[in-house]
Design a protein around this ligand. Structure first.
Ligand code: ZN
Length: 340
């Protein structure tokens, strides 16, 4: 009980990509880049194992960005036709490519990276993929004419990728859907259907990560306008609880999400975010344990997986490492207290 994992991304080492930036350009090319990505993933696996993280991730070292890393291998996208788009319901502008033809998956995207990690850890391994709704909110469309339609096309490709990762021995595949709390009303209408298409036929565990975004300024400013209590999740947690997804990941550390919303996920494993990714202050194990303990009021200990609030890609490397150690130590404290 109270096992541990991470939401997904971890900082890139400075020799691999510019630190503390999203969409940071690679500092290596060709074969050297692949070797560098592997070395970075291996370092993070070791750090996670030493920190007491049970379900480890590659830290997303094989991709530049959590959405575009997948899209780079997809046919039907024009990368010369970049559009400035207000994403997450116009929370911030991003330069995004455009879908101009029917989508197809030319090659495996993360197969090599997943295989490399699988061969090098005996821990459970988690791999993250962008969710269909979030992809559609991070790309311009001049072909499908409807978001739900384009989401199902992406879900089909995600399913091909997920089946491959599953066959390679990945234990948990997580779909990142930060767009869920920008388009709450669309989640029960087509968001969950698209996720179901993406997980079709998988034997591994599946997860969805929903959150209030990386600790970047646009997100921090947006959060300030959300009021004293963030109740957005109430609108679609019932649909998630009724879904076939096994696990739901959300932020609970220093969060204004009322923990009572966890009570809406009574049939799911809950990845309780106990590490704040929006500041560089390293939590004490006691603080981590306190966040997890508060969730116990609404979630049985068997269903709690201690996690980070979100990815840690934009953080300084030493801070991320300190936070991983705090997460492992905090979960251990609570397990001890519960007699586990
Ligand atoms: Zn997140």
């Amino acid at each position: 009980m109270i096992t541990t994992t991470v939401a997904g991304s971890l900082p890139k080492p400075a020799w691999l990509a510019e630190p503390e930036a999203l969409w940071a350009p690679w500092r290596l090319q060709g074969a050297a880049l692949i070797e560098g990505q592997q070395d970075a993933a291996l370092a993070w696996i070791k750090i996670q194992e030493d920190a007491g993280i049970d379900i480890v991730s590659d830290g997303e070292q094989f991709r530049k960005h959590f959405v575009h890393g997948f899209l780079e291998e997809i046919e039907g996208i024009d990368w010369q036709r970049m559009t400035t788009m207000g994403i997450r319901d116009d929370r911030y502008d991003a330069q995004v490519p455009t879908v101009t033809a029917a989508l197809g998956r030319k090659n495996s995207v993360h197969g090599d990276g997943a295989k490399f990690c699988r061969e090098r850890t005996s821990h459970q391994l988690k791999f993250t993929l962008p969710g269909p709704m979030t992809i559609c909110d991070t790309i311009a469309d001049s072909h499908y004419g409807s978001r739900p339609k384009m989401a199902m096309a992406f879900a089909e490709l995600l399913n091909q990728e997920a089946r491959e990762l599953d066959a390679l021995g990945v234990d948990v595949i997580q779909f990142d859907e930060p767009a869920f709390n920008a388009f709450m009303d669309q989640v029960p209408v087509w968001g969950v259907d698209a996720l179901h298409r993406a997980i079709d036929g998988l034997s591994c565990k599946t997860a969805v990560h929903i959150c209030y975004g990386y600790g970047i300024k646009a997100n921090i400013d947006w959060k300030e306008g959300l009021g004293a209590e963030w109740r957005q999740y109430e609108e679609f947690f019932p649909a998630l609880n009724d879904s076939r997804i096994d696990q739901v990941s959300l932020e609970c550390a220093d969060s204004k999400v009322p923990l009572s919303v966890l009570g809406l996920l009574k049939d799911k494993d809950v990845l309780v975010g106990a590490i704040n990714v929006a500041n560089n202050e390293i939590e004490t194990p006691e603080k981590v344990a306190a966040t997890l303990r508060a969730a116990l009021e609404f979630v049985d200990p068997e269903r709690i997986i201690a996690c980070t609030n979100c990815g840690m890609a934009p953080m300084p490397r030493d801070v991320a490492e300190g936070k991983l150690k705090a997460l492992g130590a905090g979960a251990a404290l609570l397990r001890k207290e519960l007699g586990g």
